[in-house]
Design a binder for this molecule. Structure first.
Ligand code: HXC
Length: 262
């Protein structure tokens, strides 16, 4: 029996291959916890250092890329703990250190931290059953892994406000129209199509690909750090509210939350 929270394999027959990382908590719809993010970060850095790898793909299951940060873990957190442990900043953003292209291959739910993880990737290829959202507001917090900053950059302020303030989900057509998704493919072809895109990238010049990625990220992420730092302080502070406790308890208890507005 394996307790691997991610599974890795390589694909392709060229000089440089594609690394495929599968998030592997299927029973929890790949809800993201610190242990998984530690393993994901270590794998990403190892593949980034490996000269035989030209591109990295992150995927989930047919049902979920990732349904968010693990609410059962977060339900126990309080302000001092998330502040002291530097929750998210400590180990959830390792992906941003990777110089090779990283493609998110998304089927099913990409919610909360799952949507934020996909938005940290460079290309987002989505199955026709993919659904995106930042529903954190429904459990008394806000997006805390870059969502309040990257979502408006990707889809514009109006749609980002709509999604973040109501917590509604967006289907893949809306997500593609809005600019969040690079390509939509049939669900049963998601990996084949994504690996084909990755193979194209693997055959190109690695240095120019890495530098092109860096330049586009400069355009996309300029001024972002201030926004993220601000977001993180606000995110941590929400663990001091009663409504965070109530929102998460209600989810885990499979009941509607009774928010107290404090
Ligand atoms: C912990 C989760 C989970 C999550 C699902 N599960 N999402 N556990 N954290 N984020 C668990 C359920 O409790 C359930 O466990 C099992 O996975 C299957 O989920 P169901 O709800 O039974 O499936 P379904 O009815 O198909 O509904 C799917 C769903 C729903 C719509 C995705 O699970 C859902 O709303 N999940 C929460 C989505 C969410 O709020 N994400 C944002 C989290 S906050 P059992 O044991 O009952 O089988 C966040 C913070 C980001 O991401 C900022 C920091 C990173």
């Amino acid at each position: 029996m394996s307790d691997a929270l991610i599974l890795t394999e390589t694909h392709g027959d060229g000089e440089r291959r594609t690394a495929l990382i599968r998030l592997n908590r299927p029973k929890q719809l790949n809800a993201l916890n610190d242990a998984l993010m530690d393993q994901l970060g270590a794998a990403l850095l190892a593949f980034d250092r490996d000269d035989a790898i030209g591109c990295i793909v992150i995927t989930g299951s047919d049902k979920a890329f990732a349904a968010g940060a693990d609410i059962s873990a977060m339900a126990k957190f309080d302000y001092m703990q998330v502040h002291r442990d530097d929750f998210i900043t400590r180990n959830w953003e390792t992906l941003l250190q990777v110089r090779k292209p990283v493609i998110a291959a998304v089927a099913g739910f990409a919610l909360g931290g799952g949507c934020e993880l996909a938005m940290m990737c460079d290309l987002l290829i989505a199955a026709d059953n993919a659904r995106f959202g930042q529903p954190e507001i429904k459990i008394g917090i806000i997006p805390g892994a870059g969502g309040t900053q990257r979502l408006p950059r990707a889809v514009g302020k109006a749609k980002a406000m709509d999604l973040v303030l109501t917590g509604r989900l967006m289907d893949v057509q809306e997500a593609e129209r809005a600019g969040l998704v690079s390509r939509i493919v049939a669900a049963d072809k998601l990996l084949d199509e994504t690996l084909a895109v990755a193979a194209v990238i693997c055959a190109l010049s690695g240095p120019s690909v890495a530098l092109a990625k860096a330049c586009i990220n400069k355009a996309f992420e300029g001024g972002l750090r201030d926004g993220i730092d601000y977001e993180r302080r606000v995110f941590h502070s929400l663990f001091a509210t009663e409504d965070q406790k109530e929102g998460m308890d209600a989810f885990l208890g499979k009941r509607a939350p009774a928010f107290k507005q404090r």
